[in-house]
Design a protein around this ligand. Structure first.
Ligand SMILES: [Zn+2]
Length: 349
């Protein structure tokens, strides 16, 4: 499957892979038939999107009490992006009554949906590598003329200083008869001064940005539960089906831009456009929403390809504003307009 989504994200901090840094990248836009370079635009890495997708898979499995049926290792259950440590591999080998050096890719993906769907690299006690079946582009901002004119970038952003208010421990607070001057936290002025000399938490800086963003993703559903090293599928077919469903459903929470720093920067977000394509043949990555007419370009691309390869195809489209594509289902017979941004999930599962 392939997916392209466009959404507005207001005042977000979704790209904090490192503290105190706003992640900007150069982006080349196509504006009125000409190329335009914006050298610094706030973007969110595909690595971050991939992490949210994994976390979303685990969240859904947990909510349905499917963790054991689907299979998730301890690290994936903790929503950690680093999959399979040496210790995990040794423990798995022990469970399978195998020597650790005889572990196979098939053993590892059978045990964990995270490793199966999102890939892994194990280097000790044996080297095994699996590529991710799910791929994400960077979440890039769309061109916004007004923002560029007013702020010099398509994603206006501000650095904000946060302070944490630390309530001082109430040492001596119960000693109400004391004549010493105490502050509200119960500290003597001397103790208070010493607290001030060694503050527990410093002010910290965070950057917040706003913009209209797009991302694309592809997922190889056919190879879930299939080991590329052993060239055979895992034995548990129910597990494979459950993982396919989870993979698809895990996109839904991402359509609101959920992710990092949510306690103080849950984005004010709204999904604007979404296109999802399913095919029984290979699918090229879709044209990214930063390009004009990306929906029409994609629909044309996928229809042409299906015709050329003789593959079955279904394109689901949702847009907030009506588009002329809605009246062209005759021209694009594999196009299906859906009534909500997650309306396609029920139809494919
Ligand atoms: Zn795992």
């Amino acid at each position: 499957m392939s997916l392209a989504a466009k959404l507005v994200l207001n005042v977000h901090d979704l790209n904090n892979e490192r503290a105190e840094e706003i992640r900007t990248v150069p982006v080349i836009y196509e504006v009125n038939g000409r190329w335009k370079i914006v050298s610094e635009a706030v973007a969110v890495s595909g690595q971050m999107l991939k992490h949210w997708h994994l976390a979303s898979m685990v969240n859904i499995a947990e909510a349905r009490d499917l963790i054991d049926k689907v299979g998730f290792c301890g690290r994936c259950r903790k929503r950690e992006g680093i999959r399979v440590s040496r210790d995990d591999a040794v423990a798995l080998a022990k469970r399978l009554s195998k020597q650790p050096k005889n572990l196979t890719e098939k053993d590892i993906i059978e045990a964990c949906a995270g490793e199966d769907v999102h890939g892994f690299l194990l280097t000790n006690p044996i080297t095994i590598r699996r590529e991710s079946l799910v791929r994400f582009s960077w979440m890039l901002p769309c061109f916004l003329e007004e923002a560029l004119e007013s702020s010099g970038t398509v994603t206006p952003y501000k650095v904000v200083i946060h302070t944490r208010n630390v309530r001082a421990p109430g040492k001596g607070a119960s000693d109400a008869s004391s004549s010493e001057t105490r502050d509200e936290g119960g500290l003597t002025s001397e103790e208070y001064q010493s607290e001030r000399r060694t503050p527990e938490q410093m002010p910290f800086y965070r950057s917040y940005a706003s913009g209209i963003y797009g991302f694309i993703s592809t997922a190889d559903l056919a190879h879930i539960g299939f080991s590329f090293n052993d060239l055979e599928p895992i034995g548990n077919k129910e597990r494979v089906m459950l993982r396919r469903k989870l993979l698809i459903e895990a996109y839904a929470p991402m359509l609101s831009g959920l992710g990092a720093s949510l306690s103080r920067a849950l984005p004010a977000s709204a999904i604007l456009e979404l296109m999802v394509v399913f095919s029984d043949g290979p699918l090229p990555a879709p044209v990214h929403p930063i390009y004009p007419s990306y929906l029409e370009r994609n629909i044309r691309l996928y229809h042409d390809q299906a015709k050329a390869l003789g593959s079955n195809l279904m394109v689901f489209l949702w847009t907030k504003e009506p588009t002329d594509l809605m009246n062209r289902e005759a021209e694009f017979p594999r196009l299906r307009i859906v009534g909500s941004p997650v309306g396609w999930i029920g139809e494919v599962i």
